[in-house]
Design a protein around this ligand. Structure first.
Ligand code: ADP
Ligand code: MG
Length: 449
């Protein structure tokens, strides 16, 4: 392991334990100079930081270092004016860059493919919620261009889409040394396309993508409403497709639910395999936590893992966040947290989100891509009636508002109208699985934004 590989996860743990200001002031520019003979030397940018860290963080830093390298007995902070040497950057076997002053998120990724090697199939837990998406991803990685083209994976935030997409890329690289893989988020591709159109360099851009064996585009819903980008993307898509090159896409919703995309693009999206990822059940959440514990090199009792799994249900990213916090706590204190400590920490990171009428209305109209004034009007158009009933339902279900109150907020409707809407949506949720998913996604948007 390089010094940087040891230091980055430690910094990440510290970061989740101190305020952003403290982190930026004292920790951000630190790096490991050496670990030798049980002594670690950390570079700090100035004398103040040196003193502060020695007084407040010496012990904890040793503890953290020890969890990665047991030989460490002492830590020294040394003032170093210049930034970490660029030559420290080394290329590991898979071409990942490490070292230097990279930010956390871009800490380790491959420059050519844009892939982060930490996302692989081995550390991806399969449960009922992602079985199909996982199976399809593996099939595609084994035989790119031959199984499903495109593979379209969709689902709400933090449910593992990016992980799966990148795992496909990493697996292809591992299996086929000479296949070219590229991963790019749609937001970035959009800006590349716009820049290329403006600068008259569209041919260069095409050349960059048209020979990729596996082209992976994350969060394609961002193409909504962007006509020129859609045209260009359609061109790239078709060219790759016709050459039997693999295309993998993700989105926060199914193709048919992405507003403002051309029909021809939508039908391309729907032309291969569509698989969704949803919320993992309790057992799977525990299994995910166990894997993450191994990665963090920490062990927690089943009881603690159960508490985390039952109190964080929103998505896997938050589940990880909760675990990292508890792990950092345990390492600082050098004992496993008590149940009480767990409860306190968990309730501090997972406070009941504050939602209000306005937010429910706003998020719902955005979600369905309609106007607020239409919702409050008396319009009987189908595309308006449904979202209006959904809002009424959510106001009742999530905020426990009274029917007359909801009626008033919804443009002075009668309370019987609201009752009818509530019943209608409740019934449909029982019968229609797709609709249930849609409402779950909407709820995620309301609670997560
Ligand atoms: P999305 O792209 O759907 O928003 P991510 O792929 O970024 O979600 O996942 C969020 C976090 O949860 C990542 O750190 C990812 O590694 C982790 N994660 C998601 N699903 C799984 C899984 N099935 N097993 C292990 N880790 C997972
Ligand atoms: Mg993602």
């Amino acid at each position: 392991m390089t010094n940087e590989e040891i230091w980055q996860p430690i910094l990440a743990q510290i970061r989740s334990n101190v305020s952003p200001a403290i982190f930026a002031t004292w920790f951000k520019s630190t790096y490991v100079i050496s670990i030798e003979g049980g002594e670690a030397t950390i570079a700090v940018p100035n004398l103040l930081a040196k003193e502060w860290l020695e007084q407040k963080y010496r012990k904890q830093t040793i503890g953290f270092l020890r969890s990665h390298n047991e030989s460490v007995r002492e830590v020294f902070f040394r003032v170093v004016k210049e930034p970490p040497p660029k030559t420290e950057k080394i290329k590991s076997a898979n071409g990942a860059i490490s070292g230097g002053q990279l930010g956390f998120d871009e800490f380790k990724f491959n420059k050519d493919t844009n892939l982060n090697p930490k996302y692989d199939f081995d550390c991806f837990i399969v449960g009922l919620h992602n079985e199909l998406a996982h199976a399809a991803a593996v099939a595609v990685a084994e035989k790119p261009g031959e199984n499903y083209n495109p593979l379209f994976i969709y689902g709400g935030v933090g449910l593992g889409k990016t992980h799966l997409l990148q795992a496909i890329g990493n697996e292809v690289i591992a299996r086929f040394k000479n296949k070219k893989v590229r991963y790019i988020p749609m937001e970035k591709l959009t800006s590349e396309i716009i820049t290329a159109i403006r600068g008259g360099t569209i041919e260069t851009l095409r050349a960059k993508y048209l020979d990729t064996a596996v082209f992976i585009v994350d969060d394609v819903q961002f193409i909504s409403g962007k006509e020129r980008t859609q045209d260009e993307f359609f061109y790239i898509f078709n060219t790759l497709y016709n050459k039997n090159l693999q295309i993998v896409l993700s989105s926060d919703r199914a193709p048919k639910a992405i507003p403002e995309i051309s029909n021809r693009l939508r039908s391309r999206f729907e032309g291969g395999m569509i698989a969704d990822v949803s919320l993992p059940d309790f057992e799977t959440r525990v299994a995910i936590l166990k894997t993450k514990c191994q990665q963090l090199n920490i062990s927690f009792s089943d009881e603690i893992l159960s508490i985390i799994a039952s109190s964080v249900q929103s998505n896997i990213r938050e589940l990880e966040g909760a675990l990292t916090k508890l792990a950092a706590h345990a390492k600082f204190k050098n004992v496993a947290p008590t149940m009480e400590v767990c409860q306190t920490i968990l309730s501090s990171i997972n406070p009941k989100k504050i939602i209000n009428v306005k937010k429910i209305i706003q998020d719902t109209v955005n979600f369905y891509d309609i106007k607020e004034k239409d919702i409050l009007s008396d319009s009987r158009k189908k595309e308006i009636v449904k979202p209006r009933q959904v809002i009424m339902y959510l106001l009742r279900e999530e905020m426990k508002s009274s029917f007359p109150f909801i009626g008033r907020k919804m443009g002075d409707k009668d309370h019987t109208t609201v009752m009818h809407a509530y019943k209608k949506i409740s019934n449909e949720l029982k019968e229609n699985e797709t609709f249930k998913e849609e409402i779950n996604l909407l709820k995620q948007k309301i609670y997560n934004s």
